[in-house]
Design a protein around this ligand. Structure first.
Ligand code: SF4
Length: 457
């Protein structure tokens, strides 16, 4: 008898997409780990992470320095196990995943909670205590007094995370949108201030969407995957500034049980999160279709994608290393002053390229996105392509042509600023052709993903 897990039409269609053949034939990384997890042939990294035991039974009593040292040691254990799993020489046992002893995944969550108290999630390194709103809310309950205005960092956030929308994204690269969409979760606010932001409604409005707990976030992940999404796509704004909520949500994914779906409590939570779900047509299958969502029929499984501006701290990158199955970084600006002038972001080039070098050295699955901007070929596009050719010529690259003036650069908007006039138009055909010709002359792997929408609309 064929089990429903083998007889999954969704996976068959995804696996047989022509893009995989193109990427494999092309030079460089064809994201084999990501594909294997998406098809449930391999367990997601967070499951492997859960199987690595931590030497501290009670993490809250351990000082932060010792926790970081334990992370360094356990990352080595993780990498060893990951290698064995990839080669088929070992596998995960459900009883170990479900035993709930302290693990590398718990260690990551605890470290992120500590980071929140002196926030260094990203390169701004604001060092403010973002956990205070939880503590103060508690105090408020006790004293019933008014909250004082608190100091916030560049992202303007305290500890509460908000999600603007979540849905099956049909506009991502075909390897992510596939046939059923990429399970995308859009967080509010951002740690960069791009004048041209194409998601300005959520990145500049920190009150957009609804407040979300780790539990409800995990429920979104669960729902999207059960509905057949090929992955979970963490994005914003930027996901980095919500690292604490995301890691806590991932940490409870493996404790979800299918039998909960019809319980009254879950239904209440589903009604809450569905107020911001932008697609409704898959919902009927949510309670039945487990075929998309499990590794070995018993472990909830989904590839995790970090879709980010990559302006994160080294500590954040090290945490995410054992949790993210694929990475989707932007490389927007060259090494000059453009990041400062267009995004009011210092240290951009050194931060993003350092993070890119890390994931490349680690052998991670990733593609780099670069958006061609008008009047920024010489200062941004060409130096970026030169840097990739020199440092990581084997990667898959998506050179995007869809820039349009938005946010503060839109001449039709009341928020338009004259100082952004140089980017207040779409790139010309000549600019686009010059960028693609330049990438071609450097022999970069950009054609399958940059041109795919012409072939796979
Ligand atoms: S996430 Fe970044 S911008 Fe926000 S408070 Fe932390 S370090 Fe500052």
């Amino acid at each position: 008898m064929i089990s429903p897990f083998q007889n999954n039409n969704n996976f068959r269609k995804f696996e047989s997409l022509y893009i995989w053949k193109l990427l494999t034939e092309n030079r460089g990384n064809s994201l084999p780990w990501y594909l294997a997890v998406s098809l449930n042939h391999m367990p997601a990294k967070y499951l492997i992470c859960r199987s690595i035991p931590c030497k501290f039974p009670n993490l809250t009593n351990v000082n932060e320095q010792d926790l970081w040292e334990e992370l360094t040691n356990l990352t080595e254990d993780f990498l060893e196990k990951w290698k064995l799993i990839k080669s088929g020489n070992t596998d995960l046992k459900p009883e170990i995943i479900h035993q709930r002893k302290t693990s590398l995944l718990d260690l990551n969550v605890e470290l992120v909670k500590r980071m929140l108290t002196h926030c260094n999630f990203c390169r701004w390194n604001c060092r403010i205590d973002r956990s205070l709103d939880q503590k103060e809310n508690l105090e408020k309950k006790i004293s019933n007094s008014r909250l004082k205005k608190k100091k916030v960092g560049t992202c303007q956030l305290e500890s509460t995370s908000r999600v603007g929308s979540y849905f099956h994204h049909r506009g991502e690269e075909i390897i992510f949108r596939g046939t059923n969409g990429s399970g995308t979760i859009f967080f509010t606010s951002c740690n960069m201030r791009c004048s041209f932001c194409q998601n300005g409604d959520i990145s500049t409005d920190k009150e957009n969407g609804i407040p979300i707990t780790p539990y409800n976030l995990a429920l979104m992940v669960w729902q999207l995957r059960m509905e057949g999404c090929h992955n979970i796509n963490w994005v914003g704004g930027d996901p980095t500034i919500h690292l604490h909520t995301i890691t806590q949500a991932i940490n409870i994914l493996d404790s979800f049980e299918i039998t909960w779906i019809n319980s009254t409590n879950i239904k209440k939570n589903i009604n809450y999160i569905e107020s911001i779900k932008s697609d409704k047509y898959f919902n009927d299958s949510f309670s039945q279709n487990t075929a998309n969502a499990f590794y070995k029929n018993s472990m909830f499984n989904s590839p995790q994608i970090w879709n980010s501006n990559f302006f994160m701290s080294t500590e954040t990158t090290n945490i995410l290393r054992t949790i993210m199955d694929a990475w989707l970084p932007d490389l927007k600006f060259g090494p000059g002053k453009c990041a400062l002038e267009l995004s009011r972001t210092p240290w951009y080039w050194e931060t993003v390229t350092t993070n890119l070098k890390h994931i490349h050295e680690w052998g991670e699955d990733f593609i780099v996105r670069h958006l061609i901007m008008p009047n920024h070929l010489e200062c941004c596009t060409k130096p970026i392509l030169d840097w990739i050719a020199k440092n990581m010529p084997d990667i898959q690259l998506n050179i995007m042509d869809q820039y349009h003036p938005d946010n503060l650069c839109d001449p039709l908007s009341p928020h338009f600023k004259e100082s952004y006039k140089e980017i207040s138009r779409s790139p010309t055909e000549n600019e686009l052709k010059t960028a693609y010709r330049y990438a071609n002359d450097l022999n970069l792997n950009f054609k399958p993903l940059s041109y795919e929408k012409m072939c796979f609309p």
